[in-house]
Design a binder for this molecule. Structure first.
Ligand code: SAM
Length: 238
């Protein structure tokens, strides 16, 4: 299989995005503006959310052509092709090209595997030596609202510090424990995870870790900041 396949993680991402979009529907304004997605993968996660939320429109980019082929099949099977569209391309190039025409909200389960270099089982999932490079790039892309996964082993303290420095607050999140799968068990990745945890820059249990799907915003209309709660749930000492 040449596209990302991790049923538990995709289900967590899809259902958490659905909960957060539904709960903050008015504030995010997605019924009018739609949302963009970085990385459809096989699209099963968000196609289900689009089916549940009849006014949701998602436009997604995935850098992997085989993912997009599979995504289009899965979207068609679920009958939501009119509201969930997928294109091959680098999200960051395409989103910049759209400029001010972009919706204010982006959703993503970006690659977050830490490793010294990108020579890993699926290079598209590489998140740099700390694992959080793709999330940081997304936070720097200028969107008003960002719904993204934040894993416990990819230096979440630094991720949240960068988010705060960029003017984002954590509005809310949905967290879940996940077992290590084939991607995070790859020896090179696993060793880097252990290194980050030993340095106090992440948390992982014997064969599990935590992943939160968090809503970040720069909009002053959203009250509060749950960044500390999020780090505690990810098992980080704060
Ligand atoms: C962890 S997978 C998530 C897939 C899907 N959202 C899910 O949760 O099942 C990340 C996806 O992002 C894609 N990707 C990585 N970098 C990208 C980029 N710069 N632009 C668009 N897609 C990218 C990968 O090809 C991969 O399909």
């Amino acid at each position: 299989m040449s596209w990302f396949s991790s049923a538990d993680e995709s289900a967590h991402y899809g259902s958490s995005v659905c909960i957060l979009l539904q709960h903050y529907c008015r504030e995010l304004g997605w019924e009018q503006a739609g949302v963009l997605e970085l990385g459809s993968g096989d699209a099963s996660a968000i196609a289900d959310a689009v089916r549940v939320l009849p006014r949701l429109r998602v436009h997604s980019y995935d850098i992997s052509a085989s993912s997009v082929d599979q995504a289009r099949e899965n979207i068609a099977v679920r009958g939501v092709a009119d509201r969930y569209t997928v294109e091959v391309g680098d999200f960051f190039e395409r989103a910049h090209a759209a400029g001010g025409a972009s919706p204010p909200t982006v959703i993503a389960n970006p690659g977050y595997l830490p490793a010294p270099d990108c020579d890993i089982r699926m290079p598209e999932l590489w998140g740099g030596p700390s694992g959080h490079d793709q999330v940081l790039e997304l936070l720097k892309a200028g969107f008003e609202h960002v719904v993204t996964t934040v894993p416990s082993y990819s230096d979440p303290v630094a991720t949240l510090e960068t988010a705060r420095d960029l003017g984002y607050r954590v509005v809310n999140f949905v967290a879940m424990g996940l077992d290590f799968g084939p991607y995070s068990s790859e020896p090179k990745v696993h060793a880097q995870i252990r290194r980050l945890c030993a340095e106090g820059r992440g948390w992982a249990g014997e064969d599990e870790y935590m992943v939160a799907v968090a809503l970040f915003t720069r909009d002053p209309e959203f009250p509060g900041d749950r960044a500390t709660h999020l780090l505690r749930v990810l098992q980080l000492q704060v």
